[in-house]
Ligand binder design. Sequence first.
Ligand SMILES: [Zn+2]
Length: 327
Amino acid sequence: MSSYPDARRRQRARIFLIPVLWVAMSILGFAQDGGIRLAAIPEDPRPGDPVTVGLAMMAATARDTNLRVVLLNAQGQRLSRASFFNLTTDKDGTSLMAAILAVPSTARPGSAVISVESGSGSMGTMNITIGSRDFVSEEIALDQDNTNLRTLPDPKKTAEANTLWAILSRTGTEVYTAESFKSPVTSTRRTSFFGDRRVFKYVDGSRDTSIHAGIDYGVPTGTEVRACAPGKVVLARSRIVTGNSVIIEHLPGVYSLYYHLDKIAVSEGSLVLGGDLVGQSGSTGLATGPHLHWEIRVAGENTDPDACVAHAILDKDAIVSKLIPVH
Ligand SMILES: [Zn+2]
């Protein structure tokens, strides 16, 4: 049969081609099964820190799936999660995506796993290490009005809580900033810290515990409060518990919150630059004195504002430089 030598040649060609293709795909970072590359920044977060997860994969695959990242502890329990959003798509058809999640302040130190999940299960995992961290404990005695604010059932309060959660759990697509955040006030006088373990003492002597979600600045009523970064105002209104409140969206799933304001200087839907006036501080809502409560939420999770000041949350160059193939 004259075709026999041709078949042999084709076979040789294929044997030669497969390693060449394999090496080329490895350089690009793709396994032959359409694998992915992942980066986690930082790889050693502390409780309360944001973690930016970079993901590179073929755009055609990325479009098919509802991609999210999940942070699991060593026991496989889910600590937090976030959705991916697109950063860039290269000419070669590679999509670079990012998802920003936060390590809950209650997370225990030790090894943890970042898992990229699609509708059909885990696409790849990466190990990170959660560091240890101590938080301040404090006891706060509440008067009758503040006790009522926390303890009395109120359908309006419940409705406001539901509205707030709907906003904070939403992952948009706009990247308003890639820079690190700046403190909303010039004062460095802090009366409560991120992650404080609080015990509220009610007027009847009973107690309740909570974790402080942000930083309290002990500033006098009327102090100028400024946007910590560029973004879009997604809430600017009076709320029962948090008083005059402003929420700004900065990145998909990343929000800054300003509570207990005396006056609000922005309106819902408007765009702000970092440093723009948000309002004047006060003591509206549940407050034991004039202060600014500044809070950052990442994918719904309380996040340490200091960590967002120390580092840019979305550093694309850093993400690209840290991508590694995973399975
Ligand atoms: Zn506070």
